[in-house]
Design a protein around this ligand. Structure first.
Ligand SMILES: NC(=O)c1ccc[n+]([C@@H]2O[C@H](COP(=O)([O-])OP(=O)(O)OC[C@H]3O[C@@H](n4cnc5c(N)ncnc54)[C@H](O)[C@@H]3O)[C@@H](O)[C@H]2O)c1
Ligand SMILES: [Zn+2]
Length: 416
């Protein structure tokens, strides 16, 4: 029976009053949604013989009864380092994806953090989505570093409330972390990732061939995210990186592929099994080292890349963990040694400014407050209690943070 016909509950004309409204039983809405997206690894994904992208984008193309199309955005530094790429993308779509033709030739956008800093780039992506009349059954393909993928992802999430995004990450960091996530963002109001949404991608396709053209900083920078997850969850993985420092420094692709894959597994497991994929709580367990990292990126006007800033953030929070007695000196040395032997930074002079005025926007210490504000709720910071085991705290003693910064400064001066 239709419940609106029920005399006891159906409102009668002229009967409404505040009292009646108060008496109405509450309705508790509950929605469960499952997201699923493939994360695939390959090489030469735009070679004519590689069917992966077609399989992922058009698995049942014979069943499609309406016209779909795609737009592809490419990181300018990737396009420059791979001069054949734009033609290969066009050729691939023409040959393999006739059910989803490109609406226009691939569009090149700046790479690096600048693309998250200037809102004109978000507008540019949305304008193209509107101009080529993409709908929610069409695709955007983003080829580039984590910054370009974050920005294009944000534009796709808000256009028509969600255009499916195929992420093709081209840096170590984007393949082992940024592109796998359910988040996207751009920077605004002087804050990293101020604007963004939780929107899972349609799919993620990692092509190891792109990594060959990364400069040394971005090749190694992404390893800091792997060290981060290893420190929190996987002591064997940490040891693997210790044992493969030389291979990683010598740009051994198979060693890097193993680092990327294990790091990707740990990140993806955390998202799907960690219990809080949309970060509704106040804790962000995999953001170890990130309160300082995000602040240092903006304090250095992004001269420090994300991965480098993360390396410094890990060094700082590991030093703090040691100074608080959570880990011992030997464990601390292993962490600092791994970071430095990989050529990752553990200190930046920007950490020294305004240490006696922690609320000053130019102080790295202000990053703690900004980190809490971004998440909401009580401050929750991940620290270490062993290599392979994290440990959350709800306050940090600023005198110990400053002492930790001084220790890293001393270490930095000794090395210089
Ligand atoms: N969404 C998330 O959950 C998440 C997670 C981690 C990081 N991020 C974001 O990711 C960004 C960092 O990503 P990133 O480390 O990839 O940096 P990036 O995107 O800034 O790329 C680094 C540099 O490498 C260039 N580049 C990219 N691929 C190349 C290639 N194959 N050959 C030559 N040059 C290439 C880029 O143009 C850029 O200049 C930050 O903005 C960070 O906030 C997001
Ligand atoms: Zn990060």
């Amino acid at each position: 029976m239709n419940s609106m016909n029920n005399k006891d509950t159906a409102p009668q004309a002229g009967e409404a009053s505040a009292t009646d409204a108060d008496a109405l039983p509450p309705i508790q809405q509950r929605i469960q949604v499952t997201f699923e997206y493939p994360v695939r690894f390959s090489r030469g994904i735009f070679s004519p013989e590689n069917a992966l992208l077609r399989e992922v984008m058009a698995p049942n193309d014979q069943e499609i009864a309406f016209s779909r199309k795609a737009i592809c955005f490419v990181d300018a530094n990737v396009a420059e380092a791979h001069p054949e790429l734009l033609d290969k993308v066009s050729d691939y779509f023409a040959a393999q994806l006739d059910a989803i033709p490109l609406a226009c030739p691939p569009i090149v956008l700046p790479g690096g953090e600048i693309v998250k800093q200037d809102p004109a780039h978000v507008d540019a992506v949305i304008n193209r989505i509107a101009e080529y009349r993409l709908c929610r059954k069409c695709y955007v393909v983003a080829i580039g570093g984590g910054a370009l993928i974050d920005m294009v992802g944000y534009a796709c999430a808000i256009a028509h409330r969600g255009i499916p995004l195929v992420r093709i990450p081209t840096t170590v960091l984007a393949q082992n972390d940024a592109a796998l996530s359910v988040k996207n963002a751009v920077n605004a109001y002087n804050a990293k990732n101020f604007l963004g949404t939780f929107t899972p991608p349609h799919s993620v396709i990692c092509d190891a061939d792109f990594l060959a053209t990364l400069n040394t900083r971005d090749w190694m920078g992404g390893v800091s995210e792997a060290i981060k997850v290893a420190l929190l969850q996987d002591a064997d993985f940490f040891r693997y990186m210790e044992e493969n420092v030389l291979a990683l420094r010598q740009r051994d692709l198979s060693a890097m592929q193993r680092v990327i894959y294990r790091c990707a597994q740990l990140h993806l497991d955390h998202i799907s099994k960690g219990g809080d994929p949309l970060e509704r709580g106040s804790s962000r367990p995999l953001d170890f080292g990130h309160w300082a990292a995000h602040k240092l990126e903006s304090l250095t006007h992004f001269k420090l890349h994300h991965g480098e800033a993360v390396a410094i953030g890990l060094a700082l929070d590991s030093t703090y963990s040691w100074q608080m007695g959570f880990i011992d000196a030997t464990q601390w040395e292993r962490i600092i040694n791994l970071l430095t032997e990989l050529g990752l930074p553990v200190f930046d002079p920007a950490m020294l400014s305004h240490l006696d005025t922690p609320d000053d926007p130019a102080s790295v210490l202000r990053g703690l407050h900004e980190f809490r504000e971004h998440l909401g709720g009580p401050l929750t910071i991940m620290l270490l209690r062993d290599i392979g085991h994290g440990h959350e705290v709800h306050e940090m003693d600023l005198t110990v943070v400053v002492r930790s910064i001084r220790i890293l400064e001393g270490f930095f001066k000794k090395k210089a």
